[in-house]
Design a protein around this ligand. Structure first.
Ligand SMILES: Cc1ncc(COP(=O)(O)O)c(C=O)c1O
Length: 408
């Protein structure tokens, strides 16, 4: 429902509730977008709406170490409280993983209830009403909800790609130049919905642009799809490690990542927030984040943390991940070939779970596709296809049906 309609319902049906709403309460509505469109496509045999990974029968594909762990968990790890901020061993193990990517300053990663929770902590800590948040366009719709609806920040979209399919450095530079004061720059590579990761050269150039920003800046790296990169020569570890050593008077890098996509643990709700700061400032930032978690979810699910700890302790974790990533990489290659064969226009993509097709009338095409049992997600002027949910052998059929609807 639209926000005005919700408030009208309350005004008419429960005036006391409506009069007592806070400013945030007044702004709240459940956003449409991916979740609503995915619900509509739930019965589709070819459901390519959700950014999760399933096998050819639509079943879950857990890492073997996690599947085994369910039987092996100690009752204390499941039934007792986990500490505020997360299990110490888990936080240290995650930090050790990040250490392999950067020798720059790192706070002790704090466990969050999924990445969304980490993003909302950053939003609460660094945005007031009117703070400018520079967001990728196209980008994950929930950013608007987290920063705009919840915190009242000003959304400033920047185009991720140029017409030629390169990273749009001048759009990001212009958006930074136009900031009025302290601001947040949100980066999401590999990206949703584009499925794009910059080349190493583009990433290095982006860091120069960021370093030249005129105002103090939080650089928020949403690295949800870390490691899901299907071509060579790309910035596999994203931008966060490249900001190591950035002047603390001007730039605070923050990394949001977690088990959701990286460890294929979509239902587990284990994310991490790590500040690119160590020593006393790193600990102070971590404490503020922990204070917010205390005031909202208190602590994160203990069984989920135990499962992630089991995965991180597996000596062959990298090999286990590689097996599942190889399935995704094969789907990616089959999709690239099918898109070319059917001559569809697609934004440049090379990573994560998605391809974004350029179309007119995306909403009408999406509705037509639903009639033919195909679920895609409509964006303005584009359709997002999640190949992570489609068996390799069905991808060509999915693209053929989609192409036939686009050309109608
Ligand atoms: C770019 C991006 N960031 C964050 C998230 C949220 O992750 P989580 O489900 O762990 O909250 C998603 C989920 O689809 C995503 O695509």
């Amino acid at each position: 429902m639209e926000v005005a309609d919700l408030n009208t319902v309350l005004r008419r049906g429960h005036p006391a509730a409506e009069r007592c709403l806070s400013a945030l309460g007044r702004r709240l509505y459940f956003p449409g977008g991916v979740t609503a469109q995915a619900a509509e496509a739930a019965g589709c045999p070819l459901n390519a709406t959700i950014g999760q990974f399933v096998d050819d029968d639509g079943g879950a594909v857990p890492l073997p170490s996690m599947a085994r762990a369910i039987d092996a968990l100690d009752g204390r790890e499941v039934f007792l409280y986990a500490p505020q901020g997360g299990r110490k061993d888990l936080r240290q193990a995650w930090q050790a993983r990040l250490r392999e990517q950067t020798d720059g300053p790192l706070s002790l990663p704090m466990v969050t209830s999924g990445l969304t929770h980490g993003l909302s902590i950053v939003a609460d800590m660094f945005t007031d009403v009117g703070t400018q948040v520079l967001l990728p366009d196209p980008g994950w719709g929930n950013y608007n909800h987290i920063f705009g609806t919840r915190c009242g920040a000003e959304m400033v979209p920047y185009s991720v790609l140029t017409e030629r399919g390169e990273l749009n450095l001048s759009a990001i530079a212009a958006a930074l130049d136009a900031t009025r004061g302290p601001a947040v720059l949100l980066l999401n590579f590999p990206s949703n919905p584009l499925g794009y990761t910059p080349t190493l050269e583009e990433a290095a150039a982006l860091v120069e642009v960021i370093r030249a920003a005129p105002n103090p800046l939080v650089v928020l790296c949403d690295d949800a799809y870390h490691g899901m990169v299907w071509e060579d020569g790309l910035a596999v570890d994203g931008i966060f490690p490249l900001l190591a050593g950035a002047d603390p008077a001007r730039i605070l890098p923050i990394k949001i990542d977690g088990a959701t996509k990286e460890l294929f643990f979509f239902g587990g709700r284990v994310g991490f927030i790590t500040f690119g700061a160590d020593g006393a400032p790193g600990a102070a930032l971590e404490e503020k984040a922990r204070a917010l978690a205390r005031a909202t979810i208190s602590s994160v699910s203990a069984p989920s943390q135990a499962m992630v700890m089991k995965a991180l302790s597996a000596p062959d974790l990298a090999a286990q991940q590689a097996v599942l990533r190889d399935v995704l990489r094969r789907r990616y290659r089959v999709l690239c070939a099918a898109l070319e064969r059917h001559n569809l226009s697609v934004y440049r993509f090379n990573s994560a779970f998605f391809a974004l097709l350029r179309v007119e009338n995306s909403h009408a095409i999406r509705r037509g596709l639903l009639q033919d049992g195909v679920g895609l997600v409509a964006f303005p002027g584009a359709l997002r296809l999640s190949y992570s949910t489609i068996p390799e052998g069905e991808i060509d059929r999915l693209v053929a049906i989609t192409a036939s609807h686009i050309s109608r």
